[in-house]
Design a protein around this ligand. Structure first.
Ligand code: ADP
Ligand code: MG
Length: 362
């Protein structure tokens, strides 16, 4: 028996692309992120897993239990799969209070039991004092929590979240990323989450599945996929940033010091929740400056000795892979590469300004 979701299926809408899950695996540990541009088939895959949509062919299993099998014509209906589904717009009932929205799923249970379970979830998600409000009296972030509360109230075996933060404004979204991940881990329920935002994928996921035009292009641990896209399509979708796992060692004067393999990075500490320890450092290739080895002092807070591994032309630019004891990618004009006489094997110094290191708490 394979724990978690194991699925291979195809689904096609009239006039739409074929959406094909090929050996899609979501383990019972942690969060699996389905990541891809709009229209790549993320929602459809999620709805097929939930039983809200039927594939034309294939098989879906959870913990070895068959949920769908086109050969034997077995279809377990959505309500018997016991998944918690959070749709993209949360789909809260506008005329029901927060408590009633959350309790709605607890049909068939006594009023006392229902009340106790709703209070438990309300307390856990910090929704106390909001229980009697209607959805339109809540902020976006509060609505998101009610959506999550409603999905988990029946203690589902699997959580399915469709772009859970996309309805929120940017600052709220950034704030809630870390919060949502710790909530999902605390729950201990395996989760499959859909997003088109690479920072969200990096912040929330353990495993990443990159989708494009209905197909799964690459799967693996989040940092592996982002740092080592196996083809150009994946590279374009994930943005080929450098993503490094580091540990916060100090925060003072608004600056964070982060250790990656013995190297200390300085970044801005904004948006870091207190108590953060493990963080992902995200660095865009175009934010890396290269200077000659032994170059003059510079204002950039991060100065790394690097060896050039490879150069690849990209329009007027050159994409450069560097080894700093960890992989780092830079994007320079060809002119700059010529002036620095860059070639494979050359030693250089890489500079990165503190505000150009994006920290994502894990
Ligand atoms: P995503 O969630 O990644 O944006 P979707 O799964 O919503 O992608 O859509 C994938 C493709 O399937 C798109 O081309 C979309 O137009 C099509 N599609 C999705 N739902 C339906 C539907 N109910 N009827 C027809 N086509 C659909
Ligand atoms: Mg969608």
């Amino acid at each position: 028996m394979t724990p978690g979701i194991q699925a291979s299926f195809t689904k096609r809408f009239a006039d739409g692309p074929v959406i094909r899950a090929e050996n899609l695996h979501a383990s019972t540990n942690g969060v699996t992120v389905l990541f891809g541009p709009s229209g790549s088939g993320k929602t459809t895959m999620l709805r097929c897993l939930a039983g809200l949509e039927q594939p034309e062919a294939g098989q879906i299993q959870f913990d070895g239990e068959v949920w769908f099998d086109s050969d034997s014509k077995k279809i377990v209906p959505a309500r018997k799969r016991n998944t918690g589904f959070v749709p993209q717009d949360y789909a809260l009932f506008p005329h029901l209070t927060v408590a009633a929205n959350i309790g709605y799923g607890l049909y068939g249970q006594s009023a006392t039991k229902k009340k106790a379970r709703v209070s438990e979830i309300v307390r856990w998600l910090g929704l106390d004092k909001l229980e009697t409000r209607l959805p339109h009296e809540l902020s976006g972030g509060q609505q998101q929590r009610v959506g999550l509360a409603r999905a988990v109230v029946r203690r589902p075996r699997l959580l399915l979240l469709d772009e859970p933060l996309s309805a929120l404004d940017t600052p709220t979204r950034q704030r809630l990323r870390g919060e949502l991940r710790s909530q999902l881990l605390q729950l201990g329920i395996p989760a499959i989450l859909v997003t088109h935002d690479r920072y969200e994928a990096a912040a929330l996921g353990d495993q990443l599945v990159v989708l494009d035009q209905g197909l799964m292009l690459q799967t693996g641990p989040v940092a592996d996929v982002i740092n080592h896209p196996t083809n150009l399509a994946v590279a374009a979708i994930v943005g080929t940033e450098t993503v490094l796992l580091g540990h916060l060692t100090r925060v003072s004067d608004g600056l964070a010091t982060v250790n990656v393999n013995g190297h200390e990075f300085t970044a801005l500490a904004e948006d870091l929740p207190s108590g953060a320890n493990a963080v992902h450092l995200c660095i865009r290739a175009e934010d890396v400056i290269l200077i000659q080895n032994g170059g003059a002092p510079a204002s950039a807070r991060n100065r790394l000795s690097a060896t050039v591994l490879a150069l690849a032309p990209e329009g007027p630019m050159m994409r450069i892979e560097l080894d700093c004891g960890f992989p780092l990618k830079a994007l320079l004009t060809r002119q700059a590469c010529d002036e620095l006489a860059l070639k494979a094997g050359a030693s250089v110094v890489a500079l990165i300004k503190a505000p150009h290191i994006h920290l994502i708490p894990r």
